[in-house]
Ligand binder design. Structure first.
Ligand code: DAS
Length: 375
């Protein structure tokens, strides 16, 4: 029998040889692909660790129907449900949640702020925490943000987020705001920028941000001085940052503070009287923010009551109800002669926060005025 030529053998077995080679290539390719596709644990190791501290507010609110955008119940949804409602968070950070409070933020107090600031500082001191998100009611978000801006002792990002529509509403803004906040808190770009507030795809600085509309989703703005940037397509874009000192660069330390000095606000208006001021001083106020009309103007009938308060050792800060612009020293009042302080561009509610912290350090009005030009 003539042996078949090698050529014939090759032709007969060619399909099998091709199959074996294909199987080898496939398995090698798969091996490479598997080797290149990191497993879930490896992915998690590349993501930042962000802790979400939940305090309540509309972002955790529920309404009677999907069209209820006012008259809903604030602060009802827990932090775990907030996180579960946004599975996309897992793509941008390793997230853990803590329910610090569950309140509508109009009920936020100094005690809440001290507890929150202490928790933030403890967490940020941990090497395995890269950033913090605080979910918060929008009514006092600007005040909590500024208090933390002056008391957080870290350059790691702290981002405060809220929502203007409850979680049950059509086009609720909470989920995307929370996603953006976690993304921002885990970003390198947000390091060293001070405490930030994000809603509506925008990034604002704690010092300048304020609520400008009672109910619309674009309510948070930094009028005149401007926001810091945007979040677009899962990426933060910064265009400016505040020139004022914050976080690690402030002289305030609340570590061992259990109570803040009592500071109240009197609101200026035509035909005002000193009943509220006198009552606040009698109740033990250590400082008064006079939110005057215009450039912090003092009505004739208010001058003596304010001087009397100052003589009792109460620090008087001239602010303005207007909201934007500088309250000029020795402009609408003889601040040098009256030994008053001016708020610079801080609105009344933020001037109150800075004065409370200033009074934990000094009663010297020259030192306090320096602080209002520094922070
Ligand atoms: N009452 C508001 C608050 O909790 C609801 C909100 O807008 O978050 O601040």
């Amino acid at each position: 029998m003539v042996s078949p030529s090698p050529h014939v053998i090759h032709a007969r077995f060619q399909p099998y040889i091709r199959l074996v080679f294909s199987a080898l290539l496939l398995s090698t390719g798969l091996t490479n692909a598997i080797a290149q596709t990191p497993d879930a644990q490896e992915v998690a190791q590349t993501l930042p660790n962000v802790v979400i501290l939940a305090t309540g507010g509309t972002i955790a609110g529920t309404g009677a129907s999907s069209t209820t955008t006012v008259g809903y119940t604030s602060a009802t949804v827990g932090v775990d449900k907030l996180i579960a409602a946004v599975p996309e968070l897992k793509k941008v950070a390793n997230v853990k949640g803590e329910q610090v409070f569950q309140i509508a933020s109009e009920s936020m107090t100094n005690d809440h702020w001290l507890k929150l600031a202490k928790r933030v500082n403890i967490l940020l001191a941990r090497p395995d925490v890269d950033g913090i998100v605080i979910t918060h009611g929008t009514d006092t978000i600007e005040e909590t943000a500024y208090f933390l801006d002056l008391t957080v002792k870290s350059r790691k990002p702290v981002v405060i987020v809220g929502a203007m529509r409850p979680s049950t509403a059509l086009s609720a803004d909470g989920p995307i705001n929370l996603y953006n906040a976690v993304l921002l808190a885990g970003s390198k770009e947000a390091i060293g920028k001070g405490v930030l507030v994000t809603l509506n795809d925008q990034i604002n600085a704690a010092r300048e941000v304020t609520k400008t509309n009672t109910s619309t989703t674009d309510t948070f703005k930094s009028p005149e001085l401007g926001m810091l940037g945007y979040i677009q397509g899962s990426k933060p874009y910064f265009y400016r940052q505040s020139t004022r000192k914050n976080t690690l660069d402030t002289e305030f330390d609340i570590t061992n503070l259990d109570v803040l000095p009592k500071v109240d606000i009197v609101y200026g208006y035509a035909d005002m009287n000193s009943v509220a001021l006198d009552a606040q001083v009698a109740a033990g106020a250590k400082g008064i923010i006079h939110a005057g009309v215009g450039d912090g103007s003092i009505a004739a009938q208010m001058k003596e009551p304010l001087i009397a308060a100052r003589k009792k050792g109460v620090i008087i800060v001239r602010a303005s109800r207007v909201g934007q612009g500088i309250v000029a020293r020795n402009g609408e009042a003889s601040d040098d002669a009256l030994d008053f302080v001016v708020s610079d561009t801080l609105n009344a509610q933020k001037a109150r926060i800075l004065l409370m912290l200033a009074l934990t350090k000094t009663n010297n009005t020259k030192e306090i005025q320096r602080m209002f030009y520094t922070y």
